[in-house]
Design a protein around this ligand. Structure first.
Ligand code: ACO
Length: 334
């Protein structure tokens, strides 16, 4: 029988410090009204200095493992754009701290699409018998790369981590990861990213280069690409799965901006009532966005067993990815 990866655990974690729109620095010259009406964001969580992506990932990973009913996994894939260090990868430390001795562990960088790529990677590893149980974590501390005085990014992003466990199972089971669409377009590389600190633009000391370590984003351009790419990717997945938009019970999209999510739903002709969103409380948490939206959707009762659930994400690169699954019965653990 064909092996499939089946979603069997879900967890997440947000650092305790809540930053409301009114808490943002006055120098940003923004307002609660502007941020809410243009993005849907009311607050976000920021990790305190000294708290790293691995700390968030361990908390989320432990909850996903507990939710899956067993503390074991033989691989950890950590999707992140904000690793603890450039080298080594953060995933091995996360695996060790979770007690997953000798587990395969590596980081994956596809920005806000990282979790979708992680799912695809894990599904392939399980289908080919490389592993039996994979912990896929999306974890970010964007507060470490945000320019606190850039109003185009500082109000948008937040920190957090979300995780799932995939186990070997049957393709017809609820929770089985079926068709996946992934794509990229490197011609958009300059429109969102961190320019300094890589091999292309090395960071030199001195205050004049300070800004190079921050994320920059051409918001309006990125917005258009996000809607266009996620729409096409969702349509591709539905076509491959032999499904119609009317079959989709829940749309869980990358929480970049509520206007992006609504435009995506409108383009797909999916009623906005079927959209799952948590952007008001977490902002854009990049690779953690989709699993955190799933977690909050399940906790709120918006995502329920048996529902056809369409997941999609878009991020820097550009990168994008989507999948469709029947939502399984899961037990959440705090
Ligand atoms: N407060 C007040 N005014 C603002 C703010 C702010 N925080 N930000 C921008 N403005 C102003 C601008 O200066 C501009 O003023 P002007 O018309 O006088 O020149 C006006 O608002 C409109 O600016 P836009 O940049 O066009 O604003 P927009 O409505 O596009 O919203 C935003 C900006 C929220 C960043 C939006 O473009 C967005 O969400 N972009 C997509 C983000 C995304 O998809 N990210 C996913 C990938 S990210 C990753 O992978 C790391």
């Amino acid at each position: 029988m064909t092996r499939a990866a089946v979603l069997s655990g879900l967890g997440g974690w947000l650092p305790p410090r809540v930053v409301t729109n009114d808490d943002l620095p006055a120098e940003l010259d923004t307002s609660d009204h502007w941020i809410r009406s243009r993005t849907g964001i009311a607050r976000r969580h920021f990790a305190d200095p000294g708290s790293a992506t691995s700390d968030l990932a361990v908390e989320a990973g432990a909850r996903a493992l507990a939710s899956s009913g067993t503390p074991h996994a033989d691989a950890v894939i950590l999707a992140t754009t904000t690793p603890d260090r450039i080298c080594p990868a953060t995933a091995p430390e996360v695996a060790t701290r979770l007690g997953l001795a000798d587990a395969a562990a590596f980081d994956l960088n596809a920005a806000c699409t990282g979790f979708m790529c992680g799912l695809a990677c894990a599904a392939g590893m399980i289908a080919t018998g490389v592993t039996d149980r994979v912990l896929v974590i999306g974890a970010e501390t964007y507060s470490s790369i945000l320019d606190p005085l850039d109003r185009g990014t500082a109000p948008i992003f937040g920190d957090g981590a979300g995780a799932v466990v995939l186990r070997a199972g049957d393709p017809d089971e609820p929770g089985a990861i079926g068709h996946i669409d992934l794509g990229s377009d490197g011609s958009g590389a300059e429109l969102v990213g961190v320019n300094g600190g890589g091999s292309r633009q090395r960071l030199s000391d001195g205050p004049e280069r300070e800004g190079e370590r921050y994320l920059t984003m051409a918001g309006r351009e990125v917005f258009k690409h996000a809607v266009m790419r996620m729409t096409a990717s969702c349509q591709t997945v539905l076509e491959r799965a032999g499904r119609d938009v009317d079959d989709v019970d829940r749309l869980v999209a990358h929480q970049a901006n509520i206007r992006i999510v609504h435009q995506l739903a409108d383009q797909l002709r999916i009623d906005r009532g079927r959209v799952v969103t948590n952007i008001d409380r977490v902002g854009n948490t990049a690779a953690a966005s989709v699993p955190l939206a799933l977690l909050h959707g399940v906790a709120d009762g918006a995502v329920r067993p048996g529902q056809q659930t369409l997941l999609t994400a878009f991020g820097a690169g550009f990168t994008w990815g989507s999948t469709l699954l029947t939502w399984p019965e899961l037990v959440l653990r705090d």
